[in-house]
Ligand binder design. Structure first.
Ligand code: G3P
Ligand code: CA
Length: 297
C-alpha cells in the first residue's frame, strides 16, 4: 500500500523540499501524559526506507505523521554523534569496520541506502542509492523544534563522552528546558549508568529505561520503584509483555513504550494491555490501528 501511495512521492519531497511539518512539534503539551498514546517511528520509517537516513526520518515525520523520530546514536573517532544502530557500519552501509575507528569524513563517504534496495526490493527507490549517514547536527538542523525526538545512547561503554555531547547538542539547538519537560525530547537506553549520566547533566530530561525481554519477565515492584526514581517510562520488548506485567508497570507510574511492534494484531494487543505508545517500523499501521481503537471506545 505504502509503495503505491507514498514512497515515490515522499522521496520526491525529500529531494525537493526543505520545509518541515509543525504538526508533531513538541509545543503540544501532552506527550508525557499517560493517557496519550505515542507513535514512535523506529529508526525513522524503517519499514519503507533505509533506517536512520534522512529519507526514513522524513517519511516517518512528515508523511506518516509519527509523534517521534527514533534515533540511535553512535560516535565517530573524532567525536561526532551520528545516527546508526550498530557499532559497525557493515550492515547498513557499503563499508566495514567500527564507527569508533572512523572519522566523520570517512563515514560520510559511505552509501547508507543501497543495501535497503537490495534487501527490500518491494520498497526500493532509486533515490535511496548513495544516501549518507546523518549526524545528529544534520537532523536537528533539518527539523529543529518542529519534530519530537526519541534518542537512544547506544554502546555508551564504548563512547564515554556521548552523554555530554548529546546534552550539549540539545542545548545548542534550543531543545532544552521547557521543550524537554513537555516530552519533545526523550532519552532512552538499555544502560542505567548512561541514563543516570544524562540525568546528572540535565535533571529535567525525561528518561526511558529500555529492557531486554529477560529483564521484563522478572521485574519486581521494587525494580519498578527504582526505575521510577530516575525515569518516566520503560521500553521493553513487546514479546515480553503480558496483561499482568503491563498493569504492574503502569501501576508504578511509568509510561510504557514497547519495541518493535510491526504487526497490527500485536499493536491491538498492546493497546488492549494498556501501553502508552509503541516503537514501530510502520507508523502508518499504528495510526490506523489507533484510529479504529479510538472509534470503538
Ligand atoms: O529503542 C527501542 C528499540 O529501538 C530498542 O531496540 O535494538 O532497535 O535499538 P533497538
Ligand atoms: Ca533504538
Amino acid at each position: 500500500m505504502m509503495k503505491q501511495m507514498g514512497v515515490t512521492m515522499v522521496v520526491g519531497m525529500v529531494v525537493a523540499s526543505s520545509s518541515v511539518s509543525t504538526e508533531a512539534a513538541g509545543k503540544e503539551k501532552g506527550l508525557l501524559d499517560p493517557n496519550r498514546i505515542v507513535n514512535v517511528a523506529h529508526r525513522g520509517a524503517s519499514g519503507y526506507a533505509p533506517e536512520h537516513t534522512m529519507a526514513a526520518y522524513e517519511i516517518g515525520h512528515k508523511t506518516l505523521k509519527a509523534d517521534y523520530i527514533e534515533i540511535d546514536l553512535q560516535m565517530t573517532k573524532d567525536g561526532q554523534l551520528i545516527a546508526m544502530h550498530d557499532e559497525t557500519v557493515d550492515r547498513t552501509t557499503n563499508g566495514s569496520g567500527a564507527v569508533k575507528d572512523k572519522t566523520l569524513s570517512e563515514i560520510k563517504e559511505l552509501d547508507a541506502g543501497s543495501w535497503f534496495n537490495e534487501a527490500y526490493p518491494a520498497y526500493a527507490e532509486e533515490h535511496y542509492k548513495g544516501l549518507s549517514v546523518p549526524t545528529l547536527d544534520e537532523i536537528f538542523e533539518r527539523y529543529g523544534k518542529h519534530a519530537n525526538y526519541y534518542i537512544e545512547t547506544k554502546s555508551p561503554e564504548v563512547y564515554p563522552r556521548m552523554e555530554k555531547k548529546l546534552v550539549e547538542k540539545l542545548s545548542q539547538y534550543g531543545l532544552s528546558s521547557d521543550r524537554i519537560r513537555q516530552g519533545q525530547v526523550m532519552i532512552q537506553s538499555f544502560s542505567r549508568d548512561s541514563l543516570l549520566k544524562v540525568k546528572e547533566l540535565d535533571h529535567q530530561l525525561p528518561l526511558v529505561q529500555l529492557l531486554e525481554a529477560s529483564e521484563t519477565t522478572r521485574l519486581t515492584t521494587k525494580d519498578l520503584q527504582v526505575i521510577q526514581s530516575y525515569a518516566v517510562g520503560v521500553g521493553p520488548s513487546f514479546k515480553s509483555l503480558t496483561r499482568e506485567n503491563t498493569k504492574q508497570i503502569r501501576d508504578n507510574g511509568l509510561l510504557l513504550h514497547p519495541y518493535t511492534v510491526n504487526e497490527k494484531a500485536d499493536m491491538k494487543r498492546m493497546l488492549d494491555y494498556g501501553v502508552t505508545g509503541v516503537f514501530t517500523n510502520y507508523a502508518d499501521r499504528f495510526n490506523e490501528v489507533l484510529r479504529t481503537y479510538k472509534n470503538k471506545k
